[in-house]
Design a protein around this ligand. Structure first.
Ligand SMILES: *Cc1c(COP(=O)(O)O)cnc(C)c1O
Length: 376
């Protein structure tokens, strides 16, 4: 079986986890949490990062930090994971879904523009597959309408827009370290706070609304609950594991990019002959090979391809279903018609991509795809 995803373990993860066990420091905010944050800050020039137990919780923390509430509208792409919308819906915001581009799952700037009203408070950009959205256009739009930009950078560690790391454009950004992402600790995430004025409150929300951080720094002589918040920080066991992965980031990235490029090269000919779309990478984006996908001509061709690959013991999978027509959101989006998001929901297929795969595995997947496309 060629699995869709299998986390690659370097060995240092268990070494660091054992150290936290031996030291008896299991709760959050210990040395490994600090080291992970430092690593990300140094590598990407972030000034303020807070490790979280998922990207979902990072997004929830952002929604609290930006004071999102009833009456606020938040524009979210329809082609994304539920968490992107849920985090803001949980605060009482009205979710407004935007369409994807015709040729890329990333959100369409024109669709966002049409969705802006006087109540729009936030636009959430999702960089699908670690491929940057058009950040200049998005930032210009946000500036013109006085809207806050948030990056759901769940896919996007080590991805760039014109050489600048994703996660550094929004007022805040959220990354994921879920098992299916490039770097993992099982469940984990991080919030990047790019606006200095927001940092003191972020620190408080991160730690259940308390000012314990100030207390630890000796700035106050007792701490208390000063705001709302939650237990957003992960245990040191997770942070230790994560640090053991982060140290190998360069190796992860070069291996993934080599596999991604091999897929692209081997599938180019058949896809152009059969009008099947390969991932388009805009000039401004340098991506992290998070997802390799094809966009088929129809849902039936896509479902047939997935079934064919599974019959050959290859786990290919579809991806998101448009949120505007999901059970959770469709009743409030009855007249919404987002054709590009629907097309990616119905026609996109993701291929196996992880560090256990060898070149010959990629070649086998490609051969099976070529067989299927040429026979239909
Ligand atoms: C994976 C993912 C999330 C959620 O990440 P978790 O760490 O599992 O909470 C959010 N948004 C997008 C676009 C994702 O792909």
């Amino acid at each position: 079986m060629i699995r869709f995803n299998k986390p690659y373990i370097f060995g240092q993860e268990s070494e660091f986890v054992k150290k936290t066990i031996d030291d008896g420091t299991l709760a959050g905010m210990g040395v490994y949490t600090e080291q992970c944050q430092q690593f990300l800050n140094n590598r990407y020039g972030f000034e303020n990062t807070f490790l979280t137990h998922s990207c979902t919780s990072a997004l929830e923390m952002i929604a609290i930090l930006l004071d999102i509430g009833v009456g606020d509208e938040v524009i979210v792409p329809s082609f994304t994971y539920g968490a992107t919308a849920n985090a803001f819906a949980l605060r009482g915001a009205t979710i407004v879904f935007a369409d994807s581009n015709v040729d890329h799952p990333n959100v369409s700037i024109e669709s966002i523009e049409k969705s802006i009203t006087a109540k729009t408070k936030v636009i959430v950009a999702v960089h699908y597959g670690g491929v940057s959205c058009d950040m200049s256009a998005l930032m210009a739009l946000c500036k013109a309408h006085d809207i806050l930009l948030v990056e759901d950078a769940a896919h996007s560690i080590d991805s760039f827009y014109q050489g600048k790391p994703l996660g550094s454009f929004g007022v805040c950004a959220a990354f994921s370290f879920h098992e299916t992402k490039n770097i993992t600790c099982g469940e984990g995430g991080v919030i990047v706070v790019n606006q200095r004025e927001l940092v003191p409150r972020a620190e408080v929300i991160w730690e259940n609304g308390t000012n314990k951080a100030m207390f630890r720094r000796g700035e106050i002589d007792r701490y208390s609950t000063v705001d709302i918040g939650s237990s957003f920080y992960p245990s040191e066991l997770n942070a230790a594991f994560l640090y053991g992965q982060l140290l190998h980031l360069d190796m992860v990235q070069s291996a993934r990019i080599a596999l991604w490029d091999r897929y692209f090269l081997r599938l180019q000919k058949v896809c152009s002959e059969k009008n099947v779309e390969l991932p388009q990478i805009p000039e401004f984006a340098s991506h992290n090979a998070h997802v390799f996908y094809l966009v088929c001509n129809s849902k039936s061709q896509r479902d047939g391809l997935i079934a064919h690959l599974w019959s050959k013991k290859i786990q290919a999978v579809f991806h998101y279903s448009s949120l505007h027509s999901s059970e959770a959101y469709r009743s409030s989006h009855q007249r919404v018609n987002l054709v590009n998001a629907d097309r990616f929901s119905e026609c996109l297929v993701r291929l196996p991509l992880h560090l256990h795969l060898k070149e010959k595995d990629i070649d086998r997947v490609c051969d099976c795809i070529i067989d299927y496309l040429c026979a239909t």
